[in-house]
Ligand binder design. Structure first.
Ligand code: SAM
Length: 533
């Protein structure tokens, strides 16, 4: 597989491991129109801050749990006049590049910079995706080809699904040769084998035939395979005979009488024949076999989505939607809601999936999710990350208005929590930052040990340091901000959980190596043995 190289790549390939882990600092909860200090239990989050750090902060709770990611990163057009900073000369990103890539960053081209910016973010997004999850990335010709190679490297070329063309600005971008009237949505699954694509529900009215045994209307579709691989020589195992109504053996034949093949293997075919799902019709004296497709009970039929989306709206529609909420024009190119709607359907979400947008802008993604939840009584959750200060005044404000209702639109109802990026877990000397608070520290330690999220365990079943038991190992974090802790017989006497193995974090240990080994206890020294990820 070709691998893309660029100046600065060596500095960013493992950078996601060096990103400081910061805790998310809850600012307020918004619960059906009421703002308060209390945290909602909605699971919906808006985070103000650089997504690199925000994504890292989300890992303990969300690694492998995000079903759908939609991102709309800067397209890197070189146009800095927009409200959305559309290239990598945003002062915040410039500063970040300076820190990560160093002096060399001054010599990077805008494409090198963009790739340096995207690489570690995509790495973290990949970790957050569920095994059956998908990622959609909006992009245009400025970086589409680079993005494709980057994704092949990080997400696996085999997991590429499609580059979906979309009308975008609609009119034509600043290409003096052609009116470029489309952009792309690059679409990958975390694992194509684990992902089942959502299909479009379409009202299908032409079921002209009636099966009096099954008492159902149906239509027919040729059972012989058509298209590029329709010959016997292409798929020999799909060439076999079936018995026609007059007892003769019937083989799939192409119009020029060449041997063709069936669309189904023998086993599927036999089942379909047994269940009366095959119809034979005589044409020019020869039998032709058809699949009987019955009208579904609700009259809907599912169809594969085409990459030509079935709606006309473009960015202008997105701007109109935003103007309708705020009564003034805010951004040039927000995405329209129905684009996100379609992507959410393709992603085949369950009603409680979590969807992440880490380049949130005006918050179109959350708007689409709230609408969808309202339509089908779902409980899908959104996580938005926005770096600019309008995270509060536009991103969160839009969602508040959508929840409460605006213009002639009834509110969707719903709640979310708003966060800032808080303290880093470790200070510059590598020591624990006491400002972080014990709850977050406990969650961090438990995650690094088990890759699982520690729910707050209010009902105590063991001593204060007990985290949880996971696969026959009991975990303890014996930590006090103001004094040194020691793993000794006294501490052991307070342990109540029975386990095959014990992992205990403390500042010191007074137990001998022999004693620890004999009793299956692993001592981990704070902060030396705390894993950084
Ligand atoms: C093209 S806009 C997204 C528009 C959005 N899809 C909508 O419909 O409104 C990209 C957004 O990503 C934000 N952004 C860029 N770099 C970021 C970063 N490192 N962390 C978080 N947000 C970032 C920008 O501030 C901008 O609001």
């Amino acid at each position: 597989m070709p691998i893309l190289n660029w100046i600065g790549k060596d500095k960013v390939v493992n950078h996601h491991l060096d990103v400081p882990y910061r805790v998310l600092e809850h600012q307020y909860g918004f619960n059906n129109g009421e703002e308060s200090k209390a945290q909602t239990s909605s699971g919906n989050k808006i985070i103000h801050g650089d997504n690199l750090e925000a994504l890292k902060s989300l890992l303990p709770e969300y690694e492998g749990k995000i079903k759908c990611i939609y991102i709309d990163p800067p397209y890197n057009t070189g146009n800095e006049a927009w409200v959305y900073n559309d290239n990598v000369n945003d002062p915040k990103i410039k500063k970040w590049l300076g820190q990560v890539v160093g002096k060399e960053s001054e010599d990077l081209s805008r494409h090198d910079k963009w790739l340096c910016m995207m690489y570690p973010r995509l790495k973290l997004l990949h970790k957050l995706l569920a095994d059956d999850g998908v990622i959609f990335i909006s992009i245009d010709d400025n970086e589409q080809a680079n993005l494709k190679l980057l994704c092949d490297e990080i997400l696996g070329g085999g997991n590429f699904v499609a580059s979906i063309p979309w009308k975008g600005k609609g009119g034509g971008a600043d290409n003096k040769y052609l009116m470029v009237a489309h952009e792309y949505i690059v679409f990958y699954a975390k694992s194509k084998t684990n992902f089942t694509i959502g299909e479009e529900e379409k009202l299908e009215e032409s079921f002209p035939k009636y099966d009096s045994n099954k008492k159902q209307h149906y239509k027919t579709q040729l059972l012989r395979k058509w298209g590029a691989t329709s010959k016997r020589t292409d798929r020999p195992n799909l060439y076999y005979s079936i018995t026609a109504p007059d007892g003769t053996e019937h083989y799939p034949k192409l119009p020029d009488d060449e041997d063709g093949c069936w669309r189904w293997g023998k086993e599927t075919m036999n089942k379909a024949l047994e269940n009366g799902l095959v119809e034979f019709i005589k044409k020019d004296g020869n039998w032709v076999a058809y699949e009987k497709i019955f009208k579904p009970e609700n009259g809907m039929n599912t169809k594969k989505y085409s990459t030509w989306f079935d709606f006309a709206s473009n960015n202008a529609e997105g701007s109109k939607e935003l103007k309708n909420i705020f009564d003034k024009k805010l951004f040039d190119f927000p995405k329209p809601k129905n684009l996100i709607d379609t992507l959410l359907k393709i992603a085949n979400l369950s009603k409680d999936s979590t969807i992440l947008d880490s380049f949130a802008g005006s918050g179109t993604t959350a708007h689409a999710i709230l609408n969808l939840n309202k339509q089908d009584n779902g409980n899908r959750k959104f996580i938005l990350v926005e770096m600019e200060d309008y995270a509060e005044t536009i991103t969160a404000e839009r969602i508040k208005r959508v929840i409460k209702g605006y213009s002639d639109k009834e509110g969707t109802t719903g709640s979310f929590d708003y966060y800032e990026l808080g303290e880093p877990l470790f200070n510059e000397d590598g020591d624990i930052n006491e400002m972080v608070g014990i709850k977050k520290l406990r969650q961090y330690i438990y995650y690094t040990e088990t890759k699982n999220f520690l729910e707050s365990n209010d009902t105590k079943t063991d001593n204060e340091s007990f985290l949880a038991k996971h696969y026959d190992t009991a975990y303890y974090f014996y930590y006090e901000p103001d004094c040194t802790t020691t793993l000794d017989y006294q501490f052991l006497s307070t342990i109540k959980t029975k386990a095959e193995q014990y992992i205990i974090y403390a500042d010191n240990c007074l137990l001998t190596k022999e004693f620890l080994t004999k009793n299956n206890i692993i001592f981990k020294k704070i902060p030396r043995d705390i894993t950084k990820f």
